[in-house]
Write a protein that binds this ligand. Structure first.
Ligand SMILES: [Ca+2]
Ligand SMILES: [Ca+2]
Ligand SMILES: [Ca+2]
Length: 429
């Protein structure tokens, strides 16, 4: 393994000793570490949060895998590790794989930061990490979820001064609290707020500055609540996911509960109300020349169901199963599809089969419980790439595979097509 420097818990690769880059890698591996504390939550072992970005400014995308504050690894697309940070003492909640992080030159100094959490002096901190080296630049204690609880924050970039100004960091905790930090990690405000899971930055009024939407509430940069639209929800419910789109020259927010809200939080429409139980993820695709609305729903009895609706509330497709669904761009047309992890299949908005991930044909039946994936535009192509990560029980390692959708479209748009995959296999251990 190409590692020269070892400083505490950070290993940094010597770039001069790495092999030359390859066109694209499809598969790489990282060491599997069992987390005893998770007990009966098998997905937590192998599911990790990936973010993508050009960490060194050379025009190629890199990947950073994070398992909360416990482990952070920067890969390039050839599967080479640039640096690897681990914290064996992190508490099990600090390892939550869905603790979100992001890559961005947040302070506009020309260098990309990984904005993440790490434990410093025994306390969880919001951290700016130099994305090239993995070295901590600065950190401040994370405002806890409650005064006597631990942390498992979601960190989101908020462009509250516009896209060309330094960004802000919104930190949210499940249902309870929201805080905003500036690019120097000064705490701007914190609010005990009836939020959903994840803060989301979107310019709801079109003035060029992003507001913060959490489920059914919206905040200004100043911390004032713009609106609270929880009255449209069932009692004690919340939205796990919100996605924005434009309609009639206005921003609309589509929630995982099937509501469409206007820029003032007003209820514009509701779809899927006779189908959805409690949505986990919301997405939007374009197919057949129109917009389609996708919800992965918890379903009755926690049977995940992925549903696709037209704008006028016609259910065009539903499928059982899956822990994640991703909306992906497909081929040169820019029209989208929906990929559902359990099946490894990509459908268009009418349920037509657009593609199939070949790994599933090799008997990766364990994916429903031991793996998920995500979609990223890694190659700056017309389509997104699918990044799968799952646990290989034979090899006892977690494995990542990348598939590109950036291929010519099937002739008739319906023919199942195996997704092109590069042939390079890289192993570190
Ligand atoms: Ca790069
Ligand atoms: Ca920077
Ligand atoms: Ca705005």
């Amino acid at each position: 393994m190409p590692v020269d420097n070892y400083t505490n818990r950070l290993k940094i690769a010597d770039m001069s000793k790495l092999p030359p880059p390859c066109p694209i890698v499809s598969r790489f591996r990282y060491p599997y570490r069992s987390i005893e504390a998770f007990g009966g939550v098998p997905w937590a072992d192998a599911v990790n949060y990936f973010v993508t970005g050009d960490i060194d400014g050379d025009g190629r995308i890199e990947l950073v895998l994070c398992r909360g504050s416990a482990e952070q690894i920067a890969f390039d697309l050839d599967g080479r590790i640039r640096w690897h940070y681990t914290d064996e003492d992190a508490s099990w909640k600090s390892r939550r794989p869905d603790s979100s992080v992001f890559l961005r030159d947040i302070d506009l100094d020309g260098k990309t930061e990984l904005v993440c959490t790490r434990t410093l002096n025994g306390q969880e901190h919001v951290c700016l990490v130099d994305a090239v080296s993995g070295i901590l630049k600065t950190g401040v204690p994370l405002i806890p979820r409650t005064e006597d609880d631990d942390n498992r924050g979601f960190l989101r970039l908020i462009l509250a001064d516009g896209p060309d100004a330094p960004g802000y960091i919104a930190a949210g905790w499940d249902y309870t609290r929201l805080a905003l930090y500036d690019a120097r990690l000064n705490l701007i405000w914190k609010r005990d707020a009836p939020i959903g899971h994840d803060p989301y930055g979107v310019d709801i009024d079109g003035d060029g500055y992003e507001e913060i939407v959490c489920g059914y509430v919206a905040f200004d940069r100043s911390g004032d609540m713009r609106w609270d639209s929880r009255k449209y929800l069932e009692k004690d419910s919340h939205a796990d996911s919100v996605v924005a789109f434009e309609e009639d020259d206005e921003i609309r927010l589509f929630t995982s509960e099937g509501h469409i809200l206007g820029p003032d939080g007003d209820l514009v429409d509701a779809i899927g109300q006779d189908v959805l139980v409690h949505g986990q993820e919301a997405g939007i695709i374009h197919t057949a020349g129109e917009r389609r609305f996708v919800v992965q729903d918890r379903g009755d009895g926690i049977k995940q169901t992925t549903c696709i609706f037209t704008r006028d509330n016609r259910l065009t497709f539903s499928a059982l199963g899956g822990q994640t669904m991703q909306t992906v761009g497909w081929g040169a047309s820019g029209e989208g599809g929906v990929w559902i992890d359990t099946h490894g299949l990509i459908y268009d908005g009418d349920g037509g089969l657009l593609g199939k991930v070949r790994a599933y044909e090799r008997g990766c039946w364990r994916l429903p419980t031991r793996g998920v994936g995500s979609a990223h535009d890694l190659l700056y192509g017309s389509g997104d790439e699918l990044l799968l990560r799952f646990f290989d029980e034979e090899l006892q390692i977690a494995r990542c595979e990348i598939y590109t959708t950036d291929v010519p479209e099937p002739d008739d748009g319906r023919t199942p097509k195996t997704i092109t995959r590069a042939m390079i296999d890289w192993s570190f251990y």
